[in-house]
Design a protein around this ligand. Structure first.
Ligand code: NAI
Ligand code: ISE
Length: 336
């Protein structure tokens, strides 16, 4: 079966996901597009999906009889309305992070999916599909003993002027929030944020870098440096310290050079290149489940927990290093 897909939001990642569905993966076809900037949808149609119909609104796209499943790749503040509409229509929906702009919004999605009685939502936490993280998890689960500490870094070369200090959590650190719950099979109980002096390249609205310290229910401490204007490259680091040894996330494959008396390893500069293979695998997972009328992979519950944790981290940006408690409601049976 070919799953007929509609894409809402045809910017950077919407375009890239449409490309992989039409040109890389089997089992899906882009048949519908919508963007508040219609010219963007028309341009994607011309370049990648000539057979797609362009809809004036995301709601019309979701309601179309010709659409089996939906990708929501618009701005984060607009995700909730489309995911709720897809659930109401009984259609599988892949939603980029964040699942919703607020924890309350994510809870409304969880409630709607639970009332529907079957999974329809996959959240775009692609790191769970990254070959490096998958290999790291195998070693953490089996070889280094119980985890005690995680050292991590999330560094972007640059971010736009409008990117403020909370966005470093909601937009960037949210990937660590999700992947470390999965990696450690644990949940968070508190968050602290420490600010070193601001780097010279930090924008007026951005205190950069910052260090977030999460503590888990099992007592593991995760300290992550978030440095979104680091200038030198796109660099994702993770080291897990266990009872018996240490495991590190592998570096992305790169050609090493010995040149001009220097041993060189290039560093990537774009998230698209760093996780290109994991986006393919996550969307393949979505297509397979959508063909069965359901969803797999990261759940709406994972999106909700990430939203609660993000809110705690943002609160902790204003407590001068004091911890902010994180408590989760009971997990519905649908997500057991
Ligand atoms: P973008 O700004 O390049 O594209 C967003 C598109 O959505 C724009 O074309 C905009 O006109 C459209 N849009 C905005 N509101 C809309 C609405 N109400 N209805 C329909 N279209 C609407 O942004 P980008 O970088 O593609 O990000 C989109 C989402 O994907 C964000 O939630 C972001 O956090 C997420 N993302 C995830 C990544 C990952 O690694 N998983 C990487 C980059 C983005
Ligand atoms: C972007 O939206 C992403 O999701 C990238 O994976 C992340 O590294 C970047 O900081 C975000 O802005």
């Amino acid at each position: 079966m070919t799953v007929r897909i509609g894409v809402i939001g045809t910017g950077a990642i919407g375009r890239d996901h449409a490309r992989r569905i039409n040109q890389v993966l089997a089992g899906g076809e882009i048949v519908a597009l919508s963007d508040v900037n219609r010219a963007s949808a028309e341009s994607l149609k011309a370049d990648i999906a000539p057979a797609a119909e362009v809809f004036a609104t995301g709601e019309e796209l979701i309601a179309s009889q010709g659409v089996d499943a939906v990708l929501v790749t618009s701005w984060g503040t607009t995700h909730e309305q489309y995911v709720l509409a897809a659930i109401a229509a009984g259609k599988p929906v892949f939603c980029e992070k964040p699942l919703a702009a607020t924890a309350e919004g994510a809870k409304r999605i969880v409630d709607a999916e639970v009332a529907h009685g079957k999974r329809l939502v996959q959240v775009g936490f692609m790191r769970r599909y990254d070959a490096g993280y998958v290999a790291l998890k195998q070693v953490v689960d089996s070889r280094i003993g119980a985890p005690i500490i995680v050292h991590a870094a999330h560094r972007n070369p640059t971010v736009p002027e409008q990117y403020g200090t909370p966005m470093a959590i909601h937009d960037t650190f949210i990937h660590e929030i999700d992947v470390f719950r999965w990696l450690l099979d644990d949940d968070y109980v508190s968050a602290r944020v420490i600010f070193p002096r601001a780097a010279a390249r930090a924008h007026a609205r951005l205190r950069d870098p910052q260090i977030v310290i999460l503590e888990t229910a099992k007592g593991t401490v995760i300290e992550t440096e978030i440095f979104v204007n680091c200038h030198y490259g796109y660099d994702i680091q993770c080291e897990v310290v266990g009872e018996d040894g240490i495991a590190r996330l592998p570096e992305p494959m790169a050609i090493q050079t010995r040149l001009g008396a220097t041993l060189g390893n290039p560093i990537l500069t774009d998230w698209k290149d760093r996780f290109i293979a994991s986006y393919d695998v996550e969307l393949n997972d979505f297509l397979k489940a959508a063909a069965e009328g359901t969803a797999s992979g990261p759940t709406a519950w994972d999106g909700y927990v990430a939203a609660i944790t993000s809110d705690a981290c943002v609160s902790a940006q204003d407590t001068a290093g004091e911890p902010v408690a994180i408590s989760l409601p009971e997990r519905p049976a649908l997500y057991a």
